[in-house]
Ligand binder design. Structure first.
Ligand code: RIB
Ligand code: CA
Length: 317
């Protein structure tokens, strides 16, 4: 996508909530490098690793990009239960062992309050929420003041699956980590774009793709991004050929929607306490009779995605 094409998209005001997390780091850098996005606030939730670590990682990622964006800590546990990230994918430090220089200290605030403050100052339909971790902060911000939903243009979430889960056989990690929070967001009546595991499986990071991006030169962010992508173990679920760059797909939807083919779908979340807890029942064919409340990306222009990612990472310091 050329710079002119990029500038052709109207700039979006965005709040991004994350649990860095290796793919969260790539998603953050993509957002910070994209002129289509005016990143107003980064909020952080526990999930992949504990909240203290995810906050430090978010600050380090923003700091390495020399970006002036507030980072605010949020929930260290879901609405019910606890987070159970186990470091298998992201490592105990959350960035697959890639050490970044410490970033600036987070703002002394609470994520849900910071989100509400920004939404109150936003015109109707003026703000886009991107959630790439357990949805706890976003649900806390909106559940007690649902009228703020009117300030939202769209909620973009990485989460759920219409097929096999990656945390349990039934459920994807973000959805499984806080099903109640996801259910609240899906019930707000705000347009939701749900980027599922079935979609992100196409954005498969392979050694060849990392080498191609590393060859673009670039600064510390590109090098760190490649080191992180190279350090994440391949996904057994996807045949061991590489690992899916889940969260960057959610940001790419805002930056280059022409790379996506979508369909409307209705989605229900299983908030029970059985083996299907966190399962997203995705109805792509209108079989349930429920009204579609989700835009569901299905097909990705994979070459275009990795070209975009490399181009944008190369713009960072
Ligand atoms: O299931 C993938 C999601 O869970 C991604 O957001 C990844 O960072 C983890 O949080
Ligand atoms: Ca994440």
């Amino acid at each position: 996508m050329s710079g002119a094409q990029a500038r052709a998209l109207p700039r979006r005001q965005v709040i991004l909530d994350c649990d860095p997390g290796t793919d969260d780091a790539l998603a953050l850098w993509l957002a910070l490098a994209s002129p289509e996005i005016d990143l107003r606030l980064v909020t952080v939730v526990g999930g992949n690793v504990g909240l203290e670590r995810t906050v430090a990682n978010a600050a380090a990622v923003v700091g390495l990009a020399r970006a002036v964006v507030p980072v605010v800590a949020g929930a260290g546990r879901p609405l019910r239960g606890h987070f159970a990230g186990d470091g298998r994918v992201h490592g105990d430090d959350g960035l697959a062992g890639v050490a970044l220089p410490p970033g600036p200290p987070p703002m002394p605030a609470v994520a849900a309050d910071a989100i509400r403050t920004l939404l109150r100052a936003s015109p109707p339909g003026g703000m886009t929420l991107v959630g790439i971790g357990p949805a706890t902060n976003l649900a806390l911000a909106l559940a007690t003041e649902p009228e703020l939903a009117g300030r939202l243009r769209e909620i973009v979430l990485m989460g759920g699956a219409w097929g096999e889960g990656n945390w349990t056989p039934s459920a994807e990690f973000n959805a499984a980590s806080d099903p109640e929070a996801l259910d609240i967001l899906l019930g707000l009546g705000v347009p939701v774009t749900l980027v599922t595991l079935d979609f992100t499986a196409q954005a498969l990071v392979t050694p060849e793709r990392v080498d191609a991006i590393r060859g673009l030169g670039g600064g510390a962010c590109l090098r760190a991004a490649c080191d992180i992508m190279a350090a994440v173990p391949p996904s057994r679920r996807l045949g061991g050929l590489g690992h899916p760059l889940h969260d960057a797909c959610a940001v790419a939807w805002l930056v280059a929607p022409h790379l996506f083919q979508t369909r409307p779908a209705s989605v229900q979340v299983d908030c029970g306490h059985g083996p299907a807890r966190g399962r997203t029942h995705v109805d792509r064919w209108g079989r349930s009779g429920a009204l579609p409340q989700v835009t569901l990306p299905e097909t990705l222009d994979v070459a275009g995605f990795f070209t975009l990612l490399g181009q944008r990472l190369a713009r960072l310091p």
